[in-house]
Design a protein around this ligand. Structure first.
Ligand code: TMP
Length: 211
């Protein structure tokens, strides 16, 4: 049996620069001869992208916290089985824009859904799959907000209050503290090149460990 690939996730609040970092990291890994599969949550499969459209549509304003959580996990169930596990099994690396930490931060921290509910879904849906490394891009809420307002076309979740996003940020930071071996917290107010450099320190450690 060949070696299992590595699973890296990117997390953070709104406007922290995950997309830029994802593209930069893919290029760096490819240059090292590592096959990389990109993913995103919600989404990343045909079914997941349809669920994503429902979740982010501003017209879904009556969506309950329970529906939101279950739809996030429906998308995740498909992504894990259709894309992440098969890729890792064949030795490929997966770089995912969000994974289960986002449910603890947004639905747990933001919407105040009890952790026990999220935990039960994680146990069932994620089949024991944990990221090898999670890069948490941390940014003051007001800075992230200014970036997304500049970008325009806000989705349903982006229009939440600052208090909601403060709870999201706090929950991410608490999870990073509790699992400091898996998380690498990066100051997302730095320039993209510096964010990439800080990320590569952690990624290089993973490359070494897998050699
Ligand atoms: P993004 O891909 O632009 O970050 O948008 C995804 C949105 O979905 C973002 O607001 C975070 C939110 N989200 C949750 O609320 N819970 C989750 O479990 C995931 C994966 C995303």
């Amino acid at each position: 049996m060949g070696k299992r690939g590595k699973f890296i996730t990117l997390e953070g609040g709104e406007g922290v620069g995950k997309s830029t970092l994802l593209a930069d990291l893919r290029a760096k890994l490819r240059a090292r001869g590592i096959a990389v599969q990109l993913a995103r949550e919600p989404g990343g499969t045909a079914l997941g992208e349809a669920v994503r459209a429902l979740l982010l549509d501003p017209a879904s304003r009556s969506m309950s916290a329970e529906s939101e959580l279950l739809l996030m996990f429906a998308s995740r169930a498909q992504l894990v089985r259709e894309l992440v596990l098969p890729t890792l099994k064949t030795g490929g690396w997966v770089l995912s824009d969000r994974y289960v930490d986002a449910s603890y931060a947004y639905q747990g921290g933001g919407r105040l859904v009890p952790d026990a509910r999220i935990c039960a879904l994680e146990e069932w849906v994620c089949a024991g799959l944990k990221p090898d490394l999670t890069l948490l891009l941390d940014l003051p809420v007001s800075t992230g907000r200014a970036r997304i307002v500049r970008r325009g076309n806000m989705d349903r979740i982006e229009t939440e209050t600052d208090a909601f996003f403060e709870r999201v940020r706090e929950r991410y930071r608490r999870r990073a503290e509790a699992e400091s071996g898996r998380f690498c917290v990066i100051d997302a107010s730095l320039a993209p090149a510096q964010v990439l450099q800080a990320s590569m320190v952690a990624v290089n450690r993973l490359i070494k460990a897998s050699a």
